[in-house]
Design a binder for this molecule. Structure first.
Ligand SMILES: C[S@@+](CC[C@H](N)C(=O)[O-])C[C@H]1O[C@@H](n2cnc3c(N)ncnc32)[C@H](O)[C@@H]1O
Length: 203
């Protein structure tokens, strides 16, 4: 089955979003840890999506003419143009839409993404954002740690409240801990304790 990436991509939009990423100073994985030849997230997102969705020419029953195939490609390009924008990274509805589009092409058995040279984790991170089952590995234990800290561990605490005693005092039913917010509150709390102890011990 020929995939969209084998036929066409909205390169101008992907390039512009990828170039813009270099100036992002908050929330980008490059601010967690540097890594060599880290792939821009916009490029990775677009490449993963376009590797999973079929090219419309594969469905002549739905798109019998070139004109209809081009129209459908434009529709898929519009999704890519939206998902590559950095500000849309947390838009759950948009990424659900992208995931549904992948499901339309692959059915219930969506292939697992495997990145054996995961490095700074761009590919597994973006695969996870698109709701794809993902396996990552790397020869270098530092890269493995970056991937664990950024992708594997936060997912385990998704939408869970923090456990530290400070946060417990203001948790009630109305507190809606989204994504990794609860885990982040705990990392901040216990990180401060460790920092204080380290200062006491080593100055
Ligand atoms: C160019 S980096 C990957 C960058 C990654 N795609 C990203 O966006 O951050 C290549 C990675 O391959 C890893 N690597 C090199 N040889 C390897 C091997 N034989 N087995 C597993 N990983 C290896 C390196 O440690 C390095 O992290």
């Amino acid at each position: 089955m020929k995939k969209l990436i084998e036929v066409a991509l909205p390169l101008d939009a992907i390039n512009a979003a990828s170039a813009r990423e270099k100036s992002i100073r908050h929330g980008h994985p490059s601010t967690l840890h540097l890594w060599w030849s880290r792939k821009p997230l916009a490029t990775t997102r677009a490449a993963l999506f376009a590797s999973m969705v079929d090219d419309p020419s594969e469905h002549p029953e739905k798109f019998p003419t070139e004109e209809l195939q081009n129209k459908e490609r434009e529709r898929l390009f519009d999704i890519i143009k939206e998902i590559v924008i950095w500000e849309n990274s947390s838009d759950e509805r948009l990424f659900k839409r992208a995931h549904d589009e992948i499901k339309n092409s692959c059915g219930e058995e969506i292939p697992t993404v495997f990145d054996p040279f995961a490095g700074g984790g761009s590919i597994p991170l973006e695969a996870q954002r698109l709701g794809l089952k993902t396996i990552a590995s790397d020869l270098n234990p530092v890269a493995v740690m970056i991937n664990k800290a950024m992708i594997e561990i936060p997912a385990k605490f998704k939408n869970l409240p923090p456990v530290n005693p400070d946060a417990k005092s203001f948790i009630d039913d109305k507190n809606n801990w989204r994504g990794a917010q609860g885990l982040a509150a705990d990392v901040k709390y216990y990180g401060e304790i460790l920092k204080e102890r380290a200062f006491k011990k080593i100055g």
